[in-house]
Ligand binder design. Sequence first.
Ligand code: MF3
Ligand code: CO
Length: 290
Amino acid sequence: MELIGRNDPCWCNSGLKYKKCHLALDETIETYRRKGCIVPSHNILKTPKQIEKIRESAKINIAILDYIAAHIKEGITTEQIDQWVYERTVQAGGIPAPLNFEGYPKSVCTSINDQVCHGIPSPDVRLKEGDIVNVDVSTNYQGYFSDSSRMFCIGKVSEEKQRLVTITKECVQLGLAQVKPWGFLGDMAQAVHDHASQNGYSVVREIGGHGIGLAFHEEPWVGYVAKRGTQMLLVPGMVFTIEPMINMGKEGIYVDEENEWTVYTEDHLPSAQWEIQVLVTETGYEVISY
Ligand code: MF3
Ligand code: CO
């Protein structure tokens, strides 16, 4: 903990004295740290001003996903989805966060059936009846980031794929219900994992969610294979994603050797993912994007 006098300006740049701003919160965090808990550092606790800008970013993010929901259909290419995302993001004054991120070549991820995540849009990939597809949109607006993804069922899909999509959404909702200050990320993770395994599914271990706000990916890493009461303490002002990847079959995955991005299930059974972005509030949570 840094040593700031009670009457010094708060570390968060609010202009308030420390004692009138983050002092009480820091003291509570310190009691958890002394007990051995993993606690968030100051730089991942967002201020009200930052949260307002993150909400503006999320407004664009949500509108793009709403547009995709209204227009996605059998026969279109995933390149078309990429164009929608690029044009609408730029039109709104933003930048698609995935574009050129660690060399990623497109503006959005479109992951179909046995693709777990990071499916790369292409003019050669056409959506067909029976596909389940995750569209993952990430938005940078004036340096503030939002990130969410939804599943879309193309035409009539099999009952078992529909069920995977529905249960995965329920996993996110049950995880979300666990988010409250002075709880733990593991509370959320266990709720996600329990619901997936009770339904005969497996949870991808290696890839998870992340803190987000002033950068695309911030601390903490957010997994879904963890026990209640473990992982990072939840503190008001934290913003992170809940985005479990749930496999119909086994948990094993591999990365496409050619493009070095796209992740597939090893058994080639379908995988589903929904992603929301959540703020920890004084009383519980606020969904920032979905
Ligand atoms: N929303 C995904 C994530 O949370 C998107 C990754 S974008 C990519 O990481 F550029 F890494 F593909
Ligand atoms: Co994400």
